[in-house]
Design a protein around this ligand. Structure first.
Ligand code: MN
Length: 289
């Protein structure tokens, strides 16, 4: 199981200096993996990132939230085609960096919708995800679809909703990506969605209820980690936290990061690394009970 950190814990810019800050900070905090958001695939240098990752012996995944201009669930085929083209560029970056996962809100826009989705939009998104998943599989990459709360997508907001969406797909390499921050808003508890997803759970985000220090909010992490142990989850577990201390023009505004919850990325990340590993270590013993 690889334990990782989201790059926005350390930096909001992904030029050479930003990449160095994020990759070295993630390594110093003790993580195995960094998740890099590819909000600007045209401006991203994946060859440079690949060299830095190798120097730091760090594994990588990438994530993305689509926009209204690249929404795979749009009724407008030109918008869907634009979204597929952006995702294909991201797949190339992931392959260049040596990663095997592209996750996040890649099936719709990551934004608040003003109306419910429609059957046609769900079907259109699923067809597009199947096409992208085939291109991903050609590059040895799997897609994992992040379940987010109602203010960030209208296609599905629970693990069960995501499983119903996966049932529509031809591809068997697409998985569910659960995030404790979103689960804490939408799910009835933090244990059953993990059991319901089972082998279809491919990626996990660990975030607190206010997205600050782990253990300082209302997320029931004990339930969550017991669930992961119960299904023998072995995929990436990635820490996410956002503060106005680190700003990315696209992502910070989309996620409504208005408040300053911490100042010191290094301290926050080292604490999260210990917090996650300690809980995984504890629940490992459950298999002996
Ligand atoms: Mn997340």
């Amino acid at each position: 199981m690889l334990i990782g950190a989201h790059a926005l814990v350390f930096t909001g810019t992904f030029d050479e200096a930003g990449l160095r800050t994020a990759i070295e900070g993630t390594t110093t905090a003790g993580f195995d993996l960094i998740e890099i958001p590819l909000m600007d695939p045209d401006g991203f240098d994946s060859q440079l990132a690949a060299r830095m990752l190798k120097d730091n012996n760090l594994a990588v995944t990438a994530s993305l939230g689509l926009t209204a201009q690249t929404d795979l669930s749009s009724d407008d085929p030109t918008v869907v085609a634009r979204g597929e083209s952006v995702l294909e560029k991201c797949l190339d970056h992931v392959a260049t960096m040596g990663g095997d996962v592209l996750c996040g809100v890649i099936y719709s826009a990551m934004s608040k919708y003003a109306e419910p989705t429609t059957e046609a939009r769900i079907a259109g998104s699923a067809a597009a995800i199947d096409r992208v998943a085939a291109k991903a599989a050609d590059r040895g990459i799997r897609l994992s679809l992040e379940v987010v709360n109602r203010y960030e997508s209208n296609l599905f907001n629970t693990g069960r909703g995501a499983l119903a969406y996966l049932d529509r797909l031809q591809s068997d390499t697409v998985s569910v990506h659960l995030d404790s921050y979103h689960m804490n808003i939408e799910e009835s508890d933090l244990f059953s969605p993990i059991l319901d997803a089972g082998a279809q759970l491919g990626y996990v985000h660990i975030g607190e209820s206010h997205r600050g220090y782990l253990g300082s909010g209302t997320v029931d992490f004990d339930e969550l980690f017991r669930g992961l142990a119960r299904i023998d989850y072995d995929g990436p577990v990635v820490f996410e936290s956002f503060s106005s201390a680190v700003v990315n023009a696209d992502l910070s505004n989309t996620l409504a990061i208005w408040r300053n919850l911490w100042e010191d990325s290094g301290d926050l990340a080292a604490h999260a690394n210990r917090f996650i590993r300690d809980r995984i270590h504890g629940v490992d013993s459950i298999s002996m009970h």
